[in-house]
Design a protein around this ligand. Structure first.
Ligand SMILES: Nc1nc2c(c(=O)[nH]1)N[C@H]1C(S)=C(S)[C@@H](COP(=O)(O)OP(=O)(O)OC[C@H]3O[C@@H](n4cnc5c(=O)[nH]c(N)nc54)[C@H](O)[C@@H]3O)O[C@H]1N2
Ligand SMILES: Nc1nc2c(c(=O)[nH]1)N[C@H]1C(S)=C(S)[C@@H](COP(=O)(O)OP(=O)(O)OC[C@H]3O[C@@H](n4cnc5c(=O)[nH]c(N)nc54)[C@H](O)[C@@H]3O)O[C@H]1N2
Ligand code: SF4
Ligand SMILES: [Mo]
Length: 682
């Protein structure tokens, strides 16, 4: 048979590139770039090119599985749905509504996320629903809401090409958002000046005018120093501040505490460099700030985000094209999962559960009695497992690798009375489940994802799920009906009309309109073309507000016993907990084994050579991994990608949270290292 070519969206990062799947004999046989996709315009990174490789992997889940002792047995869908509904209902009636919780998923579609949060809220009268944004950009949502009034990326990806100055702060987009980097290279070709602020020398830094290798967790002093110099030199945007913002006096007072010599000693960056970066940013006609996990995954993540917003407002570099603030969303649909209300304090469209009028609106629309009490976050749901939380429904997350201090996570999950895991593989987390539900992957479903620039894009089903596996949308409809909810949706398109009616910013969005180029919200009516940049004439909150970014240094610093800093993150060929990329032959060949990057001086002091096996230990746990000797890290620091199940970086990480957004401090903790002679001998 002739192959078919089906347009869809990449399942990996939040850039949202367009993929054309080649379908031959019912199988996804190849991935090609979609020239018509407005985001990627014919580009893909290596993960996109090989996105089809995990789809037909022999380890895909093909039937519902029920735990029997230490083993799983296959059961029918009728039994599985019936059991799930009964157990969840029993738990809620025995221990109260707040004993049930759910983790929704930034890997799933908008429609699936909408259904999941509605199911938890309407069936159990609890707001115990959250997802991996908590581990990621929750600091952005909280920090930007206070300063600008909206947690979304202010501009569009293509705006980066027109910027004259770009600050990259704690973002390794060359490996994490590779296709988006194409727009940055266009800016550099036009002569834009780029500065990279990162303790580590990432591939982004190769093209930078300067790399500022600051001490871990010292972004607030650095940004304060820049703002101090801008104000002292009179380079701030006086008119913009006067007309569009409030509370600048409080910021000025705060900056008094950060003279440049103090900033230099705290951050490790010399005064002349701080002045150069500050002046270049402030004087640029259009300047952009790109940031990511190096900013948010700290115990002071919210304050870090606030400091970035303050700097942008101080220079009037927001609310216009080619400038703005770019918190790069990580997962393919993390923007959408947040938008759809998979958050414990917010309904779809960031409408507060604690607001009586809003709750009334949702109660009426959903014909359900809803709780006014904000629910627990991911990190709180896991900590409370087996205590306040008795039953947990996890859709498409793998916390046994991705949450901090995973030894603690595994203990907690085993204390649950009932754990449901809905995934496409039998993950490390699914192995602890009482019931495993086989979902469908991106190539097997219709629906929408929303990328980092707020663009809704359509997925088209290319192939059938394997065996008895079923679309997550269909599974959730069955679960809802079994729990007495009117989940009779004929299709995701029909469901979209429901949420478009409840959220003014999505009112003009429909499947028909998305067919060609997608649409960027806000899109308030059927004629509206979508929104390229936010905060144009007024900020979403009215006046932009300067907020004081309170500085707290990293919670755990190296000492005599644990003398090295551990930094964790990503590498280009692998994705998160590796369930998909490590099942791609091509990607796995790129990087097969776990490793940590160690500075040459530290390696020679420890007698460790390239590829040697080493043991890395923190106060939480210990892993055995290989050494890559590299001056990408500074002396005294190591970097570990967290993708590898056999050497989980999260055995080591510190579970301390930012108190406001509850994101863990994944980017800093203290460890010790030694050569592992046993592993070396094997
Ligand atoms: N290949 C690949 N791409 C991905 C993903 C993946 O797993 N693999 N995941 C996706 C997801 S969900 C996300 S959230 C994004 C994340 O994308 P990124 O945030 O770009 O990735 P990370 O490697 O976590 O961290 C970025 C950088 O923060 C730096 N950093 C650490 N501490 C500090 C600090 O104190 N200050 C500063 N300024 N920088 C610091 C690190 O050295 C690192 O280079 O990537 C997305 N894209
Ligand atoms: N040390 C350290 N830890 C980190 C981070 C870090 O920088 N350092 N980063 C954090 C960040 S930013 C994030 S976003 C989290 C990510 O953490 P997770 O979200 O837990 O990681 P994923 O591997 O993306 O998990 C997605 C799961 O969904 C499954 N899946 C994929 N598609 C589908 C589908 O369509 N349907 C169903 N049912 N299942 C599907 C996959 O098999 C996988 O098991 O990790 C966090 N953990
Ligand atoms: S940049 Fe992101 S969305 Fe684009 S192909 Fe690569 S992983 Fe997929
Ligand atoms: Mo993320």
């Amino acid at each position: 048979m002739n192959p078919e070519f089906i347009r869809t969206i990449c399942p990996y990062c939040g850039t949202g590139c367009g993929i054309v799947l080649k379908v031959q004999d019912g199988r996804a046989a190849a991935s090609y770039p979609d020239r018509e996709n407005p985001v990627s315009r014919g580009s893909l990174c290596v993960k996109g090119w090989f996105s089809h490789e995990f789809v037909h992997h022999p380890e895909r889940l093909t039937a519902p599985l029920l735990r029997k002792g230490d083993a799983f047995v296959e059961i029918s869908w009728e039994e599985a749905i019936d059991l799930a509904a009964r157990k969840l209902r029993e738990t809620a009636s025995t221990y109260g509504p707040d004993s049930v919780g759910g983790l929704s998923s930034a890997k799933c579609t908008n429609e699936e996320n909408y259904l999941f949060q509605k199911l938890i809220r309407a069936a159990f009268r609890t707001n115990n629903v959250d997802h991996c944004a908590r581990l990621c950009h929750a600091a952005t949502t909280v920090g930007m809401l206070q300063t600008l009034g909206s947690g979304a990326m202010t501009n569009s990806i293509s705006d980066l090409a027109g910027a004259d100055c770009i600050l990259f702060i704690g973002s390794n987009a060359a490996e994490s958002h590779p296709v988006l980097m194409g727009e940055v290279y266009k800016a550099l070709d036009r002569g834009a000046k780029m500065f990279v602020i990162d303790p580590r020398e990432t591939p982004v830094a190769r093209n930078a005018r300067k790399l500022l290798r600051l001490n871990p967790g010292t972004d607030i002093p650095l940004l304060a120093g820049m703002m101090r110099h801008i104000v002292d030199s009179g380079l701030h945007a006086k008119d913009f501040i006067e007309k569009r913002t409030e509370n600048v006096e409080a910021l000025r007072t705060f900056l008094q505490a950060w003279p440049l010599d103090k900033v230099a000693s705290e951050t490790g960056i010399d005064e002349a460099t701080i002045r150069e970066v500050a002046e270049t940013y402030a004087k640029a006609e259009n300047a952009a700030i790109v940031y990511c996990m190096g900013i948010t995954q700290h115990a002071c993540g919210v304050a870090n985000v606030i400091a970035i917003c303050d700097l942008a407002m101080l220079c009037g570099q927001v609310g216009k094209p080619f400038s703005g603030i770019y918190p790069l969303r990580g997962q393919n649909n993390v923007q959408g999962a947040c938008d759809m209300g998979a958050l414990p304090n917010l309904y779809p469209g960031y409408q507060a559960v604690a607001d009586a009028a809003i709750r009334e609106k949702f109660q009426k629309a959903w014909k359900a009695d809803l709780s006014d009490k904000p629910g627990k976050t991911v990190t709180e749901l896991i900590n409370a497992s087996g205590k306040d939380i008795r039953a947990l429904y996890i859709m498409a997350e793998n916390p046994c690798i991705s949450d901090p201090d995973v030894n603690h996570v595994m203990e907690a999950l085993q204390r649950l009375d009932f754990l449901i895991v809905q995934d496409i593989f039998l993950t490390e987390t699914a192995k602890f489940a009482h019931l495993v539900l086989p979902g469908a992957c991106f190539a097997e479903k219709t629906g929408t994802y929303t990328n980092t620039e707020r663009r809704f894009q359509l997925l088209h089903k290319a192939v059938d799920p394997p065996g008895k596996a079923m679309g997550d949308f269909e599974i959730l409809c069955l679960m809802g009906k079994a729990l007495g909810l009117p989940f009779d949706y004929a299709s995701p398109a029909e469901l979209m009309a429901e949420y478009a009616g409840l959220v003014p910013a999505y009112a003009g969005i429909s499947f028909d309109r998305l067919e060609r180029a997608g649409l960027q919200w806000p899109c308030p009516d059927e004629k509206h073309p979508g929104t390229r940049f936010l905060h144009g004439t007024t900020f979403t909150r009215g006046l932009g507000r300067f907020v004081i970014p309170d500085y707290t240094p990293p919670m755990e610093k190296p000492d005599a016993e644990y003398p090295y800093y551990l930094n964790t993150g990503r590498v280009f060929a692998h994705y998160h907990t590796g369930t998909m990329t490590r099942r791609s032959a091509f990607l796995n060949r790129e990087i097969e084994d776990p490793y940590v990057e160690i500075h040459p001086d530290d390696a020679s002091a420890l007698g460790v050579g390239p590829g040697d096996w080493i043991r890395v230990t923190s106060r939480r746990g210990s892993i055995v991994t290989t050494a890559r000797i590299s001056d990408r890290v500074v002396k005294g620091s190591i970097f570990a990608p967290f993708h590898f199940t056999e050497a989980r970086a999260n055995m080591l990480t510190n579970p301390v949270l930012d108190p406001a957004c509850k994101t863990p401090e994944y980017k800093v903790c203290a460890v010790k290292m030694e050569k592992d002679h046993e592993a070396q001998a094997r």
